[in-house]
Design a protein around this ligand. Sequence first.
Ligand code: CP
Ligand code: NVA
Length: 313
Amino acid sequence: MSTETTSRLSDFLRIADLDRTGLDDLLNLAAALKDHPTAMLDERRGKTVGCYFNKPSTRTRVSFEAAANRLGMLPIMLRPDELQLGRGEPIADTARVLASFVEAIVVRTFAQADLEEMAAAAGVPVINALTDEHHPCQALADLLTLRERFGELEGLRLAYVGDGNNVAHSLLEAGALAGMQVAVASPPGYEPDAAIVAGAEAVAAENGGSVRVVTDPAAAVELADAVYTDVWVSMGEDAERDRRLRDLEPYRVDEALMAKASPRAVFMHCLPAHRGEEVTAAVIDGPTSVVFPQAANRLPTEGAVLATLVGPT
Ligand code: CP
Ligand code: NVA
């Protein structure tokens, strides 16, 4: 298999860190690793990746650990309560010290600024495993899933319905870079970040795609090839739960909404899902749902990210 990458990526903090070639390289490498899971087992043997998770995780955590193992690397899981970081040691000091022990650091935390501070201090590649603003590794798995399903990404219509959150931001950036037609429907006050939307619009224009942000779910979903949603209450937002459930109620993806999409449309969700909130059980457990193959694609995409950022010995 080909493990060539042309990327000079030093950190992976958001999808906007990639150019079109970098995105294509990552997806191609992920597809190759999916077909040949242990093909790159030897080149990074003896290397280590530190995985700092300051929020819960099932998919991201386990897929990074498994992906590191398939690359011959040792993953070390680190929770804040196990580190001096949890007792107030500065982020920059922590990153500098970790970088003397490991070849890359995977980070799930709250503020994107904390991740950027870590990357600036670390001196080894830092990978975003989800922040409040971005979830780039998820978007790679999403695009791989769409490419497998539809053959090519260019021109594909993706509708995201619901909270304009971290997952929506990374999908906007990824879809724009891939030349897709991305529409987001969110209620007032829950729109994706205006600067991220503006950046995605510019990238989409360069790549033959488009970006639309609307309030009407039906307008976003019309003729879509994929309908995507995410939770209404993200990690760290529990205090806003009641207001969020009330405001996002009209944005639930149900069979009536799916019927407005293309007849070939798939339903996507990054998981974990809350049946009866952002999606009905009939949709997520129904024939159009690709949520489990989508989740499974986290493993080869995390492998591609690690292999691209951590060079062979
Ligand atoms: N989709 C996703 O990132 O899931 P986890 O929170 O379980 O990692
Ligand atoms: N938006 C969700 C994604 C979880 C994978 C959150 O941040 O909690």
